[in-house]
Design a protein around this ligand. Structure first.
Ligand SMILES: Cc1cc2nc3c(=O)[nH]c(=O)nc-3n(C[C@H](O)[C@H](O)[C@H](O)COP(=O)(O)OP(=O)(O)OC[C@H]3O[C@@H](n4cnc5c(N)ncnc54)[C@H](O)[C@@H]3O)c2cc1C
Length: 452
């Protein structure tokens, strides 16, 4: 157990799970959150992305359940169904994936409900306190300007110094940590940005749903199918429906036009869901979906005792639903680095490097297709390796739809849920099937032609 207080900036999914992990290693943990936090699962300021479908990958769900036993059951009793992902309706360019039991369970809780359930548990932990309605405004350094020893906070116009043995920035995409570093005479991190021009527009509906189905998804496909949807049964006869467009295509906000965009996806399940659906509240749009990574692991000079996690470190295009899972994995990684460690010196650099390694594969998954979209937007042709990857993914999906091969389906979903590395999709057995199928004269070539 380390003496002193660990401060976590931001009480989103990353900040909450980090606080839970740190409470096992520090005398005290203080969560500083700029927004006022509600007692229940009402929408709150600070997390506008929560108005959109948030799918929790199986890998993230496993870790959350280990940190907060009973979480899944609590959400289920609140109405969020648990089901095999193979029973959801998944539409890809080549058709509908066959319904199958694949052994990967998912739960379609609303992000507000998930966050509120986690928050209740974290704030009940004996060593954790929260300062909500309080913004962090900068870092405080020790006399040698070598290590961070606190943060400056502001609440109701008053500034205050909070001392800290460790500071974790979990303040999300809008993190101001690069500026704070500059203010204390440290270099700012280089940034990697890949913008696939993705927009989400979402709305809650009261809807009877589609019998036996709790989730619908339609994946877009670079370079010529920008539109897609995620629709989730969030319990109590409510569905959250997200429509998205990539490569600069924006689903409209207006109700009539939104429905026309949904219709243009030509998805029979979505059509059936929306036929008897009554909107509850307005539509919400989200534009800032760029992949953005601030490379703190590569800083030539860094202060001790400061770590950036979650979206503050690396935010992904949300289409693959990786953000919450990667944030939870990073919090767990921080816990592993603290276990058995006596001194906190060197911890920050070690953790930041481990966290960078964790983000590598999700970054590749999220950006490879977005680089194709970025090329489309810029009127360029994507590079040959990117076109090859996109072609391979198309052919794999074709195989999954038309040959109904359970091994291919299971592999596809295992990679999607971060249970297996994407290398599994290039296993020689699967690759041979993909290539044989692609060369068959009976195989549809569209839209692969656009890639060659
Ligand atoms: C449209 C959209 C859809 C998404 N869909 C999915 C999905 O399906 N599945 C998935 O896993 N992920 C999804 N994500 C990503 C997911 O929302 C995040 O990756 C995940 O929640 C981790 O976020 P975080 O906790 O790091 O940051 P956030 O959730 O953004 O939380 C940051 C917190 O820090 C607070 N804060 C900010 N500045 C300060 C400050 N100076 N002082 C104090 N507090 C501060 C904010 O108020 C906020 O509460 C989606 C993202 C978007 C944009």
């Amino acid at each position: 157990m380390h003496q002193g207080t660990a401060i976590v900036i931001g009480a989103g999914i990353c900040g909450l799970t980090t606080a839970a992990v740190l409470s096992q290693h520090f005398d005290a943990v203080v969560l500083v959150e700029r927004a006022q936090l509600p007692e229940d699962s009402s929408p709150r300021r600070g997390t506008p992305q929560a108005r959109h479908v948030h799918g929790l990958l199986a890998r993230g769900a496993e870790h959350l359940e280990a940190l907060f036993p009973g979480l899944r059951e609590e959400l289920r009793s609140g109405g969020a169904p648990v089901f095999d992902h193979g029973s959801a309706r998944t539409q890809v360019w080549a058709g509908t994936l066959p319904a199958a039991t694949i052994g990967i369970e998912v739960q379609t809780a609303h992000r507000d409900d998930l966050e509120a359930a986690i928050r209740r548990r974290v704030l009940n932990l004996p060593r954790v306190t929260v300062r909500d309605g309080t913004a962090v405004e900068g870092l405080h350094m020790d006399a040698d300007n070598r290590r961070v020893d606190g943060v400056v906070i502001s609440c109701g116009g008053e500034q205050e110094l909070l001392e800290a043995a460790l500071v974790v920035d979990a303040s999300g995409r809008a993190s101001r940590l690069p500026d704070w570093l500059q203010q204390v005479r440290y270099p700012q991190p280089a940034e990697k940005i890949v913008d696939g021009g993705l927009t989400y527009v979402s709305r809650v509906f009261e809807a009877p749903g589609v019998p036996g189905v709790h989730g619908l998804q339609q994946m877009n496909q670079a370079p010529d199918r920008p539109g897609g949807t995620y629709a989730a049964d969030i319990g109590q006869d409510r569905w959250l429906v997200t429509l998205f467009g990539a490569g600069g295509t924006q689903p409209p906000l207006d109700d009539h036009e939104w429905r026309a965009y949904a219709e243009s996806l030509d998805n029979p399940d979505l059509r059936a869901l929306l036929a008897d659906a009554k909107p509850v509240g307005p539509s919400h749009q989200h534009l800032d979906t760029r992949n953005r990574c601030r490379q703190y692991d590569k800083l030539p000079r860094r202060p001790e005792r400061l770590v950036a996690l979650g979206d503050a470190y690396c935010a992904f295009n949300p289409v693959y639903g990786q953000g919450m899972t990667v944030a939870v994995l990073q919090a767990v990684e921080l816990g592993k680095a603290l276990a058995g460690r006596e001194s906190l010196d060197g911890l920050a650099h070690h953790v930041q490097r481990r966290v960078a390694r964790l983000a590598q594969v999700p970054w590749l998954m999220a950006t490879s297709e977005d680089r194709v979209w970025a090329a489309v937007v810029g009127g360029r042709k994507a590079s040959a390796p990117l076109r090859m990857t996109a072609w391979y993914k198309q052919r794999l999906l074709y195989l999954a739809v038309h040959d109904k091969d359970p091994a291919v389906l299971r592999t596809f979903f295992s990679v999607f849920h971060m249970l297996k590395s994407p290398a599994a999709m290039a296993h020689p057995r699967i690759m041979a099937k993909v290539i044989l199928r692609a060369r068959s004269p009976h195989t549809a070539q569209e839209p692969a032609s656009a890639l060659t």
